[in-house]
Design a protein around this ligand. Structure first.
Ligand code: HEM
Length: 387
């Protein structure tokens, strides 16, 4: 259940808080209710974020040696930083992703997406098939991020490979051989980041100028390159796939009775790319009547919280603008709430607006397939053809 939680049908009998053991015998407390998930996220004194990036499959010595060989370190910077340095680091990152800077990228992104959609339409018109993940969703978020934040001069493909390797290494059930291969991939890119962190401008330069040590600059870039683009690529793929099965929504977008922003929010609620997120209990406490000893790993089932009948009228139906649609927790909550939410929303809005007319007449040849993972969906492809 833990590694394919999105495949679980919404079962009213699921307890609010359930103890579930993982593949290596570690017990987690899975929290399903919107109110309880929110309670945990907004109470950092009781539930710390320290375990947010812990490997769910303990990394064996062989793979640790590979990481050490690359001088890999990931000190607490953003998502896993419950310490005093977090607000200052977060403020610098938030500045780089300020809504006015995000809005300024919109015309450029719209032009690029239009160009891509024209090419895709031509292929479909000629009877061909198109992988909307590869042709549209995979690289757009990284291209936008690179315009907002100076990034190492690495090819798009190399960044995507590194980011997906990191999501697998830290959040997937794995064997030792695979861990070693992933450690080599993640470690070698870490080296690229380290060099860039020492000299790069933009965000890296601002963090250095504020006195943050090199490890922190690397940690922030590492997290941004993973969280700041893979998540949105995954979301775009899942949302476009969902929309091909929602003809009424597509018709509403076409005749203007359904708003693009409402579609994006309902997409985030029903198809979040991050299905769970972790915290660790800092003290002995109780949650929803369940005793929680200090040190317990808490798995917050964000995707399920978005379908809580207590907060939304029709939990399993894609109804843009319905009551409760925007109350999802896809971006978390509290002091670690996603700092890239406006960027992700802008990107999704542009892609939905430009792609919806195309989706109207397609048939799905290949649905996105998602590997086992505690947290990320990681769809691999989404192939369509004209009906
Ligand atoms: C649909 C896309 C995205 C989703 C669903 C998403 C979701 C999340 C979630 C669940 C968290 C943890 C929140 C918490 O602990 O309360 C988070 C944190 C974060 N996200 Fe996102 N995210 C997305 C896109 C982005 C983008 C585009 C960026 C930046 C370019 C970004 C940057 C961050 C950062 C820096 C944090 C850590 C914030 C902190 O600890 O202070 N995310 N995100």
């Amino acid at each position: 259940m833990l590694f394919r939680s999105w495949a679980q049908t919404a079962d009213a009998h699921w307890p609010d808080v359930a103890r579930v053991s993982d593949h290596v015998g570690v017990a987690h407390l899975v929290v399903t209710r919107h109110a309880l998930v929110r309670q945990v996220l907004t109470d950092p004194a009781t539930y710390r974020p320290d375990n947010a990036l812990d490997a769910v499959t303990p990394i064996p010595v062989t793979a640790l040696r590979v990481l050490a060989g690359h001088r890999f370190r990931l000190p607490p910077t953003l998502a896993n930083n419950g310490g005093a340095s977090h607000p200052a680091i977060r403020a610098i990152v938030a500045d780089a992703l300020h809504p006015t800077r995000v809005a300024a990228q919109r015309p450029w992104l719209t032009g690029l997406v239009r160009e891509r959609v024209d090419g895709i339409a031509a292929t479909l018109d000629a009877g061909g098939s198109v992988d909307l993940y590869a042709e549209l969703a995979a690289d757009l978020p990284l291209l936008v991020l690179a315009r907002l934040v100076e990034l190492p001069d690495a090819p798009v493909g190399a960044v995507k490979e590194f980011a997906r390797a990191a999501l697998e290494l830290f959040w997937a059930p794995l064997d030792a051989e695979r861990q070693q291969a992933l450690a080599a991939e993640v470690g070698s890119f870490h080296r690229v980041l380290r060099e860039f962190a020492a000299t790069g401008g933009g965000l890296a330069g601002s963090l250095r100028a504020a006195g943050h040590p090199p490890d922190v600059v690397v940690g922030a870039l590492f997290f941004l390159l993973v969280a700041g683009q893979e998540t949105t690529s995954q979301f775009l793929t899942l949302l476009l796939h969902r929309l091909t099965g929602e003809p009424t929504v597509l018709a509403g977008l076409r005749d203007g009775t359904v708003g693009v922003a409402d579609v994006v929010e309902e997409g985030l609620r029903l198809e979040p790319p991050i299905v769970t997120w972790r915290r660790v209990a800092a003290v002995d406490t109780t949650l929803g009547g369940t005793a929680v000893p200090a040190g317990t790993s808490i798995v917050l089932w964000l995707a399920r919280a978005g379908r809580d009948p207590a907060t939304v009228d029709a939990p399993d139906e894609f109804r843009p603008g319905q009551r409760g649609s925007r109350r999802h927790l896809a971006f978390g909550a509290g002091p670690h709430r996603c700092v890239g939410d406006q960027l992700a929303r802008m990107e999704a809005a542009v892609v939905v607006a430009e792609t919806a007319p195309l989706l109207d007449g397609v048939t799905v040849l290949r649905e996105p397939w998602c590997p086992d993972n505690l947290t990320f969906r990681m769809p691999d492809a989404f192939v369509v053809r004209r009906r």
